[in-house]
Design a binder for this molecule. Structure first.
Ligand code: ADP
Ligand code: MG
Ligand code: MG
Length: 263
């Protein structure tokens, strides 16, 4: 689904990712851990194609195609979705408007005309999704993220993902600044979006989850692999439980000394 080869990314005059490699197959969910400033969000932005995240060398492949030079909208239209760590407030744009644009885009990507669907069908569909994230109707009429609490921002982000239904889902700290109940709610939607309740042979979605806490992972079923990012490179990869335990015990810097976590 996603293959990143020897990626070096510069922001302004600093190299943030250095010779970075990652491979996520169809149906796999990986976790990326690492200290603040390691380059985790930079990785997400580079995968998406932000202009000021300059690819000095390396390649990004999505579903087998080289997307390194595609625009953000081309990448999104091919099925990459992101839950941002700190999405912007969009004054003057109602959440309902943003969701209906997401829905139109989604329909055009999958070549399904929405001509047959009438406005009331769309309203019902949106209302059901909105209920799923425990938003009351008035949220749809508020400006996107403006004055939203931490938990509300993440729920608004995941609502957009529910409409887009991407094949590769990138979650940048879906649990940061969110209370326990909201973490569990967000995790249950993530679980659904990632096909986690299907039998493994039917799991078609792939995910990359950036988190500082192991807590959210408890709700997501089997995690394929965990990676630790330090100073723009993968320090070690392996069994998620062992990696998280090693980080808890030894910290990021010394995690690698815990030989049992390296495979
Ligand atoms: P993480 O998500 O792992 O905490 P980031 O990827 O956000 O780390 O940041 C890695 C480094 O790159 C930090 O030192 C950060 O200040 C820098 N950086 C990221 N984006 C920008 C930017 N747009 N302009 C300048 N520096 C940036
Ligand atoms: Mg951070
Ligand atoms: Mg970050």
């Amino acid at each position: 689904m996603l293959r990143i080869e020897n990626l070096t990314v510069r922001v302004e005059d600093r190299q943030i990712l250095k010779d970075f490699n990652l491979n996520i197959n169809k149906g796999e969910v990986h976790v990326l851990l690492g200290p603040n400033g390691a380059g985790k969000t930079t990785l997400i932005k580079a995968i998406l194609g932000y202009k000021n995240y300059i690819i000095e060398s390396g390649k990004i492949y999505f579903k087998g195609k080289d997307i390194t030079n595609l625009s953000i909208s081309e990448r999104v239209s091919q099925g990459i979705g992101v839950l941002f760590q700190r999405p912007p407030e969009i004054n003057g744009v109602k959440l309902s408007k943003l969701l209906s644009v997401c829905d139109q885009k989604r329909n055009s990507f999958i070549h399904k005309t929405s001509e047959n669907a009438c406005d009331s069908d769309l309203d019902d569909y949106m209302n059901n999704l909105t209920k799923r994230v425990k938003f009351s109707d008035h949220f749809l009429e508020r400006d996107v993220n403006t004055g939203f609490s931490g938990g509300e921002v993440k729920r608004s982000e995941i609502l957009q993902m529910m409409v887009m239904q991407p094949d590769l889902l990138l979650f940048d700290e879906p649990d940061s600044g969110v209370d326990v109940e909201n973490v569990e709610l967000i995790a249950s939607v993530m679980r659904e979006l990632l096909d986690r309740d299907k039998v493994p042979s039917k799991q078609e979605k792939s995910g990359l989850i950036i988190t500082h806490l192991g807590y959210i992972l408890k709700f997501l079923g089997h995690i394929t692999r965990a990676h630790i990012l330090m100073h723009g490179k993968i320090l070690c990869s392996g069994n998620p439980k062992q990696i998280i335990n090693a980080v808890m015990k030894n910290g990021f810097e010394k995690c690698k000394e815990c030989i049992s976590c390296i495979d």
